[in-house]
Structures are given as C-alpha cells and as structure tokens.
Design a protein around this ligand. Structure first.
Ligand SMILES: Cc1cc2nc3c(=O)[nH]c(=O)nc-3n(C[C@H](O)[C@H](O)[C@H](O)COP(=O)(O)O)c2cc1C
Length: 337
C-alpha cells in the first residue's frame, strides 16, 4: 500500500513524524482526519518490544482507521528488528529503523544516530526483514552523517559548512549510506536534514536534502522545520522530495497538511484559515482522546502545544492550571473559538 501511495501521489505524501510520547493513536487519528497521509508510531526499542508482551500492550495500540501506519523501531540487532517487525506486520503498512535519535542514552547503547556509524548493521537489519517478510515495506530514518578522521579532508559540504549549518557533516558518507540502504532493499528513506549535533533551532539544511534526493533511486521523504503549508512548498521547490514529514509543526497545528490535501483534490481554499488549528481540531481531539483513554496529562500537553500561539499570557496561565477534563472543556469553550 505504501509503495503504491508513494508512486501515485500527485503532489507528495505527507507524514506525521515518529515522536516518543506524542505520536500515539489518538493524535495519529486526529492528524489523519485533518489531511496527513501517513502516520508513524513513536519509536519502540526492539529489544523490549520483541521480548515482552507487557511492553507491547503498554506501548502499542492501533485501530482499523489507523492506516497507513509505519511502526518505528530502535534496533542494532537484525534478529530483534525482524522479531519486532514480525509482531506488527499484520497491523501496519511498514516498519522503520530509527537511525536519527541523537539522545545520549540511545547513542551510547548503539541505537539511533550511532547506527549511522555502522552502515553494515543498517544494511543487515533492512535485508533481514526484506528477505524474511518480503511483503512488509521497510524504511530507514537518518540524519546527515558526521565526518570521521578518514573523511575529514573532503566531505563534500563546500560553502555550507562554513555557514555553520552542518556541524561537521559529511555528504560523502551520507550519500554512501543512502546507496547502502537502497541496495539492502529499503522502500524509502526519510532524511532529517541535520547532523546528530545540530540543535533543532538551527535551520534544517535543504541543500543536503536536495543532494540526497538527486542521488537516490528510491523515494526520499524530507524532514525538518515544516510548520506551515508555505514550508511544504518551500521544501518541494528546494529539494524536489517525494514526501514531507513534520513533528513539531503538527504538534502545534494538526491541520498543517490540510491545504496540501485540498490542493491534491483541486479544491480551492483560503490559505490563512489553516495558519492555526481551527476549533474543531480541539474538540475532535478531546473526543478522540476520551474514546481511547489518553492519560489526562498528555491530553493537556497536546492542547497546550496547540493553543499557546493563540492565547494571551493570562489565558496561557489559566490553561496551564486546568487539572481535569471538565476544566479543560470549560476553558476551550470559553477561550478557543
Ligand atoms: C517530542 C519529540 C519526540 C520525538 N521522538 C522521535 C522518535 O521517537 N523517533 C524519531 O525518529 N524521531 C523522533 N523525534 C524527531 C522527529 O521525528 C523529527 O525528526 C524532528 O523533530 C525534526 O522534525 P521537525 O523539525 O518537524 O520537528 C522526536 C521529536 C520530538 C519533538
């Protein structure tokens, strides 16, 4: 299904990024309702996921409307990646290998961005799932690789490194990795256009994403700094990627991809209407969350992320002080109209 979608999408597919804590079922359903094409689960650690039914029951939930869903795993062992993938193969549209988590605990355990230093393991993870579960699409989410002693002299970063946006990045290594992932049989690659060291406040590097898109023979999904439909168009123009993935932008505005969805259908729309989430996004999220018993603290966090840009200081304080679903409901009906 995901392969057909990627090949047939007229203006590029849109993706809800994997987000620990946040990209759970209720938020996925909300984003989908407002035009996002494909959603990711949060990252699951393959070791715990494959070994413990309790871990799976606590973390993984899906529903018949939750499709196409990509389930993401952090793994460094091809067998554990395969075991985890096999457990979700009938409940999702594909599995993804996380090679982009820059957190210390993940990297020191050999997971996330540390995998960028081990292309052979990435290759083996992808090949193992590809050959054992041929019908299950496999993807890899990466960042820009950093230099090593061997590659320091010529990393293909040109003037961009001087601008400070690359933080020791190396396009030669990155493109080599992309070719390895392709050869292993991955269906697509998502590139977050930063290195493991780049802070999320540094603008994402469009030139790096463009170089990867030009070099690759499989679909490339661009990720980083998509907060509006303008940013989608901008990434398309600058990189020509096949799809667009947003994390923080969708947390703030789950209807962010709605204009893109309407464009595909040739439906005219007023750009400004989708600059902020409409009231229906809030009420829909409260309804969906109650159907799936989302913990109140998480519901409250989501509402704060969506509403803060719309509120004055005093109103933000009132929202932060809501301690029950009833208080939240009253606040929303009064302030967010
Ligand atoms: C709260 C949060 C949780 C995240 N969790 C994951 C994760 O589980 N797996 C992953 O690959 N990336 C994770 N990321 C990174 C995002 O998927 C994305 O690559 C990054 O935020 C850049 O996209 P953005 O500029 O649209 O936010 C997370 C980001 C945020 C903000």
């Amino acid at each position: 299904m995901i392969r057909n979608l990627l090949n047939s999408s007229k203006n590029g597919l849109t993706f809800l990024a994997p987000m620990v804590r946040y990209s759970r079922l209720p938020f996925r359903l909300l984003c989908r309702k407002y035009g996002t094409d494909v959603v990711y689960s949060p990252m699951f650690i393959a070791e715990g996921f494959s070994k413990s039914q309790q871990a799976r029951d606590a973390d993984f939930m899906t529903s018949s409307d939750d499709t196409p869903l990509i389930v993401q795993f952090a793994a460094k062992d091809p067998v554990l990646f395969l075991k985890s993938s096999a457990l979700v193969a009938n409940s999702c549209a594909g599995v993804d290998l996380n090679c982009g988590c820059p957190q210390k605990w993940a990297m020191s355990g050999g997971l996330g961005c540390e995998m960028l230093n081990h292309p052979d393991i990435i290759q083996s993870c992808v090949e193992t799932v590809r050959s054992n579960i041929p019908n299950l699409p496999v993807s890899v989410k990466i960042r820009i690789c950093t230099k090593t002693h061997e590659t320091a002299a010529d990393c293909g970063m040109g003037h961009l490194e001087v601008d400070g946006a690359f933080h020791g990045g190396c396009m030669h290594r990155t493109l080599e990795l992309v070719r390895t992932i392709e050869r292993a049989g991955a269906d697509f690659i998502t590139i977050h256009g930063r290195t493991a060291q780049t802070s999320s406040s540094t603008p994402v590097c469009m030139e790096a994403i463009k170089m990867i898109k030009e070099a690759a023979s499989i679909p490339i999904i661009g990720n980083g700094d998509i907060f509006s439909d303008f940013d989608v168009q901008n990434m398309k123009e600058q990189t020509n990627v096949d799809g667009f993935m947003s994390a923080r932008g969708l947390l703030q505005n789950p209807s962010l991809f709605y204009p893109h969805f309407l464009q595909r259908l040739n439906v005219p729309y007023e750009q400004s209407i989708f600059a902020h989430p409409p009231i229906s996004v809030f009420t829909d999220f409260v309804d969906i969350s109650s159907s799936f018993s989302l913990p109140y603290k998480l519901l409250h966090n989501h509402i704060m992320l969506m509403a803060f840009p719309l509120l004055a200081k005093g109103e933000r304080d009132s929202l932060a002080g809501c301690t029950s679903p009833a208080m939240l409901h009253d606040f929303l009906s009064y302030y967010v109209t």
